[in-house]
Design a protein around this ligand. Structure first.
Ligand SMILES: Nc1ncnc2c1ncn2[C@@H]1O[C@H](COP(=O)(O)OP(=O)(O)OP(=O)(O)O)[C@@H](O)[C@H]1O
Length: 615
């Protein structure tokens, strides 16, 4: 949704009303009593303010002009009482509104988190995570502000203003007419400022989120920043972003703060007019000063709510932009919804069949083209192919992270698009190339594989993953907290914890993305041992980066630019000397099959020399 700066005020207003109606419809009922109490407190503030302006006439006329000693006690006590009631009501409304506001924030945070969990990978691949989070944080506060601004501006400022105008009209109708001249130019000025602020606010939120997102990404990648001495480059980039945010904030301040001089000047002009006219009435017509003083007090008291009401629209404007951005996320529909008649998948042997599968991330470039192969139940199928051939995409499609453009993926005769995503993913254990560990202890991280796993199950899985020994060596054993993304463990240890997580899941299908990163020999050997245990008796699809994995696999699928070009066992593939697999093997060009990290400069130079022309 984009904001059209040329929107007419009436369409703008109907949109404000639409968003507010939605927020109230979704939350109002639960807060009726809170808002009722807040409104009572706010109305009390209005009433006591009106009373204080009104009593000025009696203070001046009865006490000072008519010198009524009998009324001094009554008037002073009631004035004091009005201040006490106003103070307590101000406290009451602030506490109630803060409580509701904090609860609203918590409620939207939960909602947005649950919703983010339901969105597909396509949503997350199109967003920068740190920016998304920064933006969500800011927008959630906007929803709270929207309701608080409305309740305070209607129940306190608008009512106070009406009460005070009542006092002014009662004390002096002619002067009131003069004072109300401030209205039309103020409305005109506010509308003009709103038009300017509309786009500024949305852009500022986006740029602010980019800044905080970049800061977070930099902190997360600090090791790379330092290793590549990127500090100066990043500081320059950050400097540009910070300068942009600062300039935009200044611009918003310049535009929105224009309201202050406008209200001051208009208010001052009217005030000077009132003093002149009132002075003339007092000096020439000999009117007692009580009414005029009461009127002036009402005018001064009215000035504050009038100014706040004018500001309300400025505040509403930015809170509204926040609320709309939040609803844009909440209204994003998950793409890979379960079919209405979807059933839980039943996996027996675990045979996986890719049947003419085509897929592309965008509309233009196909990543997998008419891919067909069968991964036999209980056996290991290795996928090989150069970088970008589509190996990780294949694994993602099997977990239904994306919908296919054509063809089917079938597990034990069931098309995965017709079963529930949850049951599908529960039948799969996935070990990623870059094991991701979450905040919590080592045991917590293994238990994510199966929430109801007992401590004994976890220990068992860790033993099978050859992780038990090093876990017990940690300061608190299984209860040792892992650093951010597992940074307190070595690469090989992290991999073994993630293998234990997959093992404890005890799923019939295992998807494995072999790590390309070099581990020391001992670590490497242990990870391999752990993987050998993990694959036993399970249908395993492995993105292979090691020759030994490929040779030991029951079946090998060779991909090239999203197409299957060869398949078979190692022996069968090697038997055809003109086959791509055999040719590359004979040329020792494992990089061309994606079996080693082929992105290093040396590997690329070697490939250029080794590859036959046109290969
Ligand atoms: N989220 C994404 N959005 C758009 N394009 C993507 C996305 N992920 C991958 N691609 C593209 O799809 C193609 C296949 O990528 P994929 O990650 O499946 O290859 P791969 O064979 O696993 O490569 P590698 O061995 O380097 O991991 C690449 O051209 C890549 O640029």
């Amino acid at each position: 949704m984009t904001i059209d700066p040329n929107q007419t005020p009436s369409s703008k207003r109907s949109e404000i009303v639409g968003v507010i109606k939605r927020i109230v419809a979704e939350n109002g009922r639960d807060y009726v009593w809170h808002y009722t109490f807040a409104a009572i407190f706010l109305l009390t503030i209005s009433a006591t303010t009106g009373f204080l302006a009104w009593i000025m006439r009696d203070i001046i006329n009865l006490i000072f002009y008519e010198r009524r000693a009998d009324l001094i006690l009554l008037i002073t006590l009631s004035t004091f009482a009005a201040f006490v009631i106003r103070g307590l009501s101000t406290y009451g409304q602030a506490v109630v509104l803060a409580k509701v506001g904090n609860n609203l924030i918590a409620r939207y945070q939960r909602r947005i988190f649950d919703h983010l969990m339901s969105l597909g990978m396509d949503f997350f691949s199109s967003q920068r995570s740190a920016q998304l989070i920064a933006q969500v944080n800011q927008n959630v506060a906007g929803v709270r502000d929207l309701l608080n601004i409305l309740i305070t501006s209607i129940a306190r400022d608008a009512v106070t203003l009406i009460v005070l105008i009542g006092v002014m009209v009662y004390q002096d109708p002619v002067l009131s007419l003069l004072a109300l001249l401030i209205g039309p130019p103020l409305v005109f000025a506010v509308n003009y400022l709103m038009r300017r602020l509309r786009r500024l606010n949305r852009d500022a939120i986006l740029v602010g989120a980019r800044l905080f997102g970049s800061m977070q990404e930099t902190v997360q990648g600090m090791a790379i920043v330092k290793a590549f001495t990127m500090e100066d480059q990043l500081a320059r980039r950050m400097d540009g972003l910070i300068g942009d945010v600062e300039a935009r904030s200044n611009k918003i301040a310049r535009v929105s703060e224009r309201l202050s001089p406008i209200t001051e000047i208009l208010g001052g002009a009217i005030f000077a007019g009132i003093i002149g006219y009132a002075g003339y009435r007092s000096a020439v017509d000999m009117q007692p000063p009580g009414n005029i003083i009461s009127f002036i007090f009402a005018f001064i008291f009215a000035y504050d709510p009038a100014r706040k009401l004018a500001r309300t629209q400025v505040g509403l404007e930015s809170a509204l932009v926040n609320a709309r951005m939040l609803y844009e996320i909440l209204d994003t529909q998950p793409r890979q919804e379960d079919a209405p008649d979807a059933k839980a998948i039943a996996v027996g042997k675990g045979e996986i069949r890719f049947d003419n599968v085509s897929f592309g991330y965008g509309d233009d470039i196909p990543v997998l083209r008419e891919l067909s192969f069968t991964a036999v139940g209980g056996k290991t199928t290795a996928i090989v192919g150069a970088s970008g051939a589509g190996k990780s995409t294949l694994i993602a499609l099997l977990q239904r992270f994306y919908d296919l453009d054509g063809g089917r993926i079938v597990i034990d005769g069931q098309d995965i698009s017709g079963v529930t995503k949850r049951s599908l993913r529960q039948s799969i254990a996935y070990v990623s190339q870059h094991p991701y560990l979450f905040e919590g202890t080592i045991a917590d991280n293994i238990r994510y594989g199966r929430p109801d796993a007992t401590d004994a199950d976890i220990r068992d899985a860790a033993r099978q993953a050859f992780a038990d020994d090093f876990i017990l060596d940690q300061p608190e054993g299984y209860d040792t907290p892992v650093g951010e993304s597992g940074s307190t463990l070595s690469g090989g240890q992290r991999q073994r914890v993630s293998i234990a997580r997959a093992l404890v899941r005890n799923a019939p299908i295992l998807l494995l993305d072999e790590a390309t990163s070099a581990l020391d020999n001992e670590s490497e050997a242990r990870v391999q041992q752990a993987l050998a245990t993990a694959t036993q008796g399970r249908t395993t699809i492995v993105i292979a980066h090691r020759l030994s994995t490929v040779i030991n696999a029951d079946h090998i699928v060779v991909l090239d630019a999203g197409r299957l070009i060869e398949q078979g066992t190692h022996a069968a593939l090697m038997a055809d000397p003109n086959g791509v697999y055999a040719r590359f093997h004979n040329l020792h060009d494992e990089a061309a099959l994606g079996l080693v990290d082929d992105t290093t400069e040396t590997a690329m130079v070697e490939r250029q020399h080794a590859l036959p022309q046109g290969a």
